[in-house]
Design a binder for this molecule. Structure first.
Ligand SMILES: Cc1cc2nc3c(=O)[nH]c(=O)nc-3n(C[C@H](O)[C@H](O)[C@H](O)COP(=O)(O)OP(=O)(O)OC[C@H]3O[C@@H](n4cnc5c(N)ncnc54)[C@H](O)[C@@H]3O)c2cc1C
Length: 410
């Protein structure tokens, strides 16, 4: 069997893997880097299927990894997109309480945002209606984040891939990892035609998104964790609908859960999307119908959901009541009406876009993991739970991963 060598192997060519390669080259331009992706083209999973919102950093408790990288990451990615002349819609974002009892959460988000270094302010009802004439706030207030913007995720990925290729990064797309041998720093790769080659690496980063936990487990790490896939379905606002949105409109999220709630997002191409849902998926890549269903995983997932519900971990029953059934259009419309009271079912048209969150579940603590999690092996670093805002934060997250990985000693 033929073999080849790279100083650095990156498993997974999503935004996290590409940003890692980019920041590695900024630090060590002499490194040889290969990015391996099982799909024939990049962007088939979360990084090509998300809302494209560059989050300002309001949600995350200070001190968490998310808080450390989101604000800087958003600024850097936005500046990079602008320098590359990629579309950036500088539209800001309003967060409005969808029920009166959620009004108090605005202060919490305000303080978190300020502590994280984000630009954010409380606004009154008049200002809210000036910004979102068709929206609703259940109290007299809302939060305004002027710095939030929206990009086209696939265009970002494509340009980043192009820049990395120009700088000598090799891409092995459509390539499966058949075997891993961490002790000899080798991976056996299998191409789509079945041909096998051995890759010998100096250091490996696992940024395999929805499969990252399985890859980490092949390296003997993260044994107590598994991924629970939550599907995000979007709807498009019919352009003939009598609404005008020039900014993002988000609800106050349930801060016990890692989901931000159904929101309204304008895109740089002029379209307006509503979503995403956060409904259980029955396979990590179960984007539509029965496609990608994993029966064993689905049974285990159901067991985990029942256990979460039974223990009401993190107020899980509220999730089950309020979000788990948003796959049903009438319930989705009801959730969206809390923010856009005039919305009717006929204003929504199905969107092609559907994404699945790579949500990590810690079986030991019985909780959904909230923060990013890094695990280190002998000559490898594994990026787990790269959920939102990993797209936003990617450049800063890559720097944090490089700073924390034992790569320097290899
Ligand atoms: C519905 C939804 C909306 C979101 N909205 C936002 C948002 O507005 N803003 C934001 O910042 N974040 C958002 N996110 C989160 C964001 O999309 C992710 O955090 C980010 O894209 C994760 O990037 P990644 O590189 O880790 O994963 P991915 O993009 O999933 O990339 C992983 C790659 O690994 C490859 N791979 C998998 N297994 C293997 C293997 N064994 N060998 C080789 N390759 C493998 C896959 O093919 C894939 O290309 C959203 C996510 C979802 C699902």
């Amino acid at each position: 069997m033929s073999s080849f060598h790279a100083d650095i192997a990156i498993l997974g060519g999503g935004m996290v893997g590409l940003a890692l390669a980019y920041q590695l080259l900024e630090r060590h331009p002499e490194l040889s880097i290969v990015i391996i992706d099982k799909e024939l083209e990049l962007g088939c999973h979360s990084s090509g299927r998300n809302s494209g919102v560059l989050h300002a950093g309001l949600y995350y408790p200070p001190g968490t990894l998310k808080a450390q990288v989101c604000v800087q990451g958003a600024r850097r990615l936005r500046a990079w997109c602008e320098a590359e002349r990629l579309p950036v819609l500088a539209c800001g974002k309003v967060i409005a309480p969808q029920a009166l009892e959620l009004d108090g959460q605005l202060e919490l988000l305000l303080h978190r945002g300020q502590a994280n270094g984000a630009e954010v302010q409380l606004i009154d009802r008049a200002e809210f209606h000036r910004l979102v004439p068709d929206g609703r706030t259940a109290s007299d207030r809302a939060l305004w984040s002027p710095g939030t913007c929206v990009v086209k995720p696939k265009l970002v990925l494509q340009r980043l891939e192009q820049r990395l290729r120009e700088r000598g990064v090799a891409f092995q797309c459509g390539t499966h990892t058949a075997r891993v041998q961490p002790e000899s720093r080798a991976l056996t790769l299998q191409s789509s035609s079945g041909e096998e080659r051995v890759l010998r690496y100096g250091y490996l980063f696992n940024s395999a998104g929805l499969q990252a936990d399985r890859m980490a487990q092949a390296f003997g790490l993260a044994e107590q964790c598994t991924l629970l896939p939550f599907k995000g379905v979007y709807w498009l606002l019919d352009p003939r609908a009598p609404f005008h949105f020039t900014t993002n409109l988000y609800p106050v999220p349930d801060l016990n859960l890692p989901f931000l709630g159904v929101h309204v997002t304008p895109s740089p191409d002029g379209s307006i999307t509503l979503g995403p849902t956060a409904i259980p998926a029955w396979g990590r890549e179960n984007y539509r119908g029965l496609e990608g269903v994993e029966p064993l995983m689905a049974v285990e997932f159901l067991g985990d959901l029942v256990s979460q519900w039974w223990r009401n971990a993190g107020g899980f029953r509220r999730y089950a009541r309020e979000q788990a059934l948003h796959g049903l259009k009438p319930l989705f419309v009801k959730a969206a009406q809390a923010l856009v009271p005039g919305l009717r079912s006929e204003h929504l048209i199905p969107s092609e876009k559907v994404g699945i969150r790579a949500q990590l579940y810690d079986r030991q603590s019985g909780t959904l993991v909230q923060d990013f999690r890094l695990e280190h092996g002998e000559a490898s670093t594994h990026v787990l739970n790269a959920i939102s805002p990993a797209f936003t934060a990617s450049f800063a997250l890559a720097d944090l991963i490089l700073d924390q990985s034992p790569l320097a000693s290899h």
